[in-house]
Design a protein around this ligand. Sequence first.
Ligand SMILES: [Zn+2]
Ligand SMILES: [Zn+2]
Length: 403
Amino acid sequence: MTDLHKNSAQIIKPVIEAGSLRHKEMIQWRHQIHAHPELAYLEQKTSDLIAAKLAEWGIEFTRNWAETGIMARIKGQGGAGPTIALRADMDALPLQEKNTFEHRSRHDGQMHACGHDGHTTMLLGAAKYLAEHPDFCGEVVLIFQPAEEGQGGARVMVNQGIFKDYPADYVFGLHNWPGLEAGHVAVHDGPVMAGMDTFEVLIEGEGGHGAMPHLGVDPTVIAAQLITAFQSVVSRNISPLESGVISVTQMNAGTTTNIIPGSVTLKGTTRALNDETHALLHQRMSDLVQHTCAGFGATGSIAFGGTYPATINQTKATQSLEVVAKRMLGDSFVQSKLPPSMGAEDFSYFLQEIPGCYFWLGNGPTTGSCTLHSPHYDFNDEILATGASLWVALAYHHGLAAR
Ligand SMILES: [Zn+2]
Ligand SMILES: [Zn+2]
């Protein structure tokens, strides 16, 4: 029986101390990954780095899941127990970094602006520790996932059968959270991230001379009506107690000042915290496009795509994570009452397969535009030790809440 087990009723000691050699080593890995960001499905060097480390530590793994993804397994030697899967995303964003520190991106127009460099590093840190201290019960499955940023790498991995080759009882994921105090944890029982999709509206009228609008059907006027009408869906069709977003973010129309264009396209995104609300958004938008266009003598169509389902945590897994986090960090470091985010996550695809929990780890203040997807963002190295220790604590103590 380890110290961790003896202490399990009370305090769980973080296995990686801030400022320790392990922590410093993780900072080096993080900086290396940050300096060499790679976009969705092209994370080859990152994948090579992960594979080299896992091989060095004697961890069994397979490669090429969703192109660059890696699945690994560490068997506990403490007896029978559940299998928990821990996931880190690997991809960077198409963004020009504006930071000037030494570990800034070496790849023009590519940047780790969402902290996936930190997520990968924390899972590596936990993997190394668990490989060296395998006296936990059950098994730990490691998911290194490519292409989280809008490309649905998680969906591809699920479709390729990761959970057939690596069955797990629960799956956990985390995202660093700027604005939440460094090293604090936020957990949500139920929805944590919204479902999302993109839409494209095509309005086809009849173009003509800008001075003779009565001879055609002006699609720009219809576009203006539609944008306004869309805003009535959230305010008038969705219950005030539910959440939804419709944002028109792109409009394309016309070529010059004296020609009424023949068509207009509108593009944007919708968000909701459950499937029913999302279906209602789709239905109302489709009705508005069809009937508004018809009312003006034009034709309209709308197509939806790029869907991520809502990320919905399971109660038992959430409680387990919450108990472990509170025992390791202290009650005041764990929040469970924050509202969910209308951002989206493809971790939702894992949660559609097996129960689990996706939680936030505070990245600290947003000073200097240190926010997700900002060219000034950087993952906070301070929390590497906390995140990796939490994964290890979960491997050792998962299921505490159920006892
Ligand atoms: Zn992101
Ligand atoms: Zn992210």
